[in-house]
Design a protein around this ligand. Structure first.
Ligand code: ADE
Ligand code: ZN
Length: 326
């Protein structure tokens, strides 16, 4: 098996990372103090004891509650800087970062505050952390599509520096079809499109993301394996799936890492990529996810190279930016 040093040295591309999911417990307490916010936690240990999840919703409850500490552009900037520093250590060379604007605007934080707080730091990622980056705004599918449409319209009007849009939050009962108009508007403005689908939701949601939202990549997508025609479609077109091993274990999508279908997905020829999703909540960053795959499945240099290459090919990069990563 590969050594830790070899895993770290592997040039990595991260395509499924929620910036709010990099909010570490220590930073939560520091920002709460800075902003004079009272949290319902006695101390760090009390907060840490709550990182035990039974499904996606149980995680989302804590994830959204902890965002209360994110108030100013400086808070979003500090959060983003902390992620980039950690990603650099992990060997990340390019990151496409998700931001959930509605999780902040519904609490009274201005759209420009959260977007510029993150975007201004990402703009410096190459100079400060030696990695390129892009911002993807994700819409909350468990909120009305009309609200997503209003936020997207505002982002377009303010000429926000975004590469694309995505769709996340509670999946079951919130099918992609509800967001057709939002994605059509994004495409009309030249924005790239991705969507979470087939994490807890059925293969039908993956089909909808592909055919109705016309996404370039599917976030998670692991339930695609239940539909052979869908697998063939994804393989033939080499549509990337941004798989998140630690997330799937911690949100009980799979029982243990050893039960994860990633090796089976690779064997079937799916364009699998490895990602960390919400690393502050799920037990590790991108290097840790790769390391665990190496340890659990004995993945070797060839498999890791395939996973990395899949991510480079699926990234929203110009050919000039892509070339040195291949
Ligand atoms: N928001 C943050 N992480 C998510 C996930 N894994 N699935 C859906 N929504 C999310
Ligand atoms: Zn996600």
């Amino acid at each position: 098996p590969l050594t830790r040093a070899e895993v770290l040295a592997l040039p990595k591309v991260e395509l499924h990372l929620h910036i709010e999911g990099t909010l570490e417990p220590e930073l939560i307490l520091r920002l709460a103090e800075r902003n004079g916010i009272r949290l319902p936690y006695a101390d760090l240990d009390d907060l840490r004891a709550r990182y035990e999840f039974t499904d996606l919703q149980s995680f989302l409850n804590l994830y959204y509650a902890n965002m209360a500490v994110l108030q100013t552009a400086e808070d979003f900037a500090d959060l983003t800087r902390a992620y980039l520093a950690r990603a650099q250590q992990a060997g990340v060379r390019h990151a496409e970062v998700f931001l959930d604007p509605q999780a902040h605007t519904v609490r009274g934080v201005a759209l420009a505050t959260c977007v510029s707080g993150v975007a201004d730091v990402l703009e410096q990622s190459e100079a400060e952390f030696g990695m390129t980056s892009a911002l993807i705004v994700t819409f909350l599918r468990d909120r009305p599509a009309a609200e997503a449409l209003a936020v997207l319209t505002e982002l377009i009007e303010m000429e926000a520096p975004i590469e694309g849009i995505g769709l996340d939050s509670a999946e079951v009962g919130h099918p992609p079809v509800d967001f057709e108009e939002v994605f059509a508007l994004a495409r009309a403005h030249g924005l790239e499109c991705v969507a979470h689908a087939g994490e807890e939701g059925p293969p039908e949601y993956v089909w909808q993301a592909l055919t109705l939202l016309q996404v370039a990549r599917v976030d998670h997508g692991i339930r695609s394996l239940e539909d052979d025609a869908l697998v063939s479609h994804l393989v033939e077109r080499q549509i990337a799936l941004t798989v998140c091993p630690f997330s799937n274990v911690r949100l009980r999508v799979v029982d243990t890492l050893a039960d994860h279908p990633l090796p089976a997905m690779l064997a079937r020829g799916l364009a699998v990529t490895v990602n960390s999703d919400d690393p502050a909540y799920f037990g590790g960053y991108l290097d840790d996810n790769f390391q665990a795959l190496v340890t659990t499945f004995g993945l070797g240099a060839t498999e890791l190279a395939t996973l990395s290459r899949n991510a480079v090919l699926a990234a929203f990069l110009t050919e000039e930016q892509r070339e040195p990563l291949l």
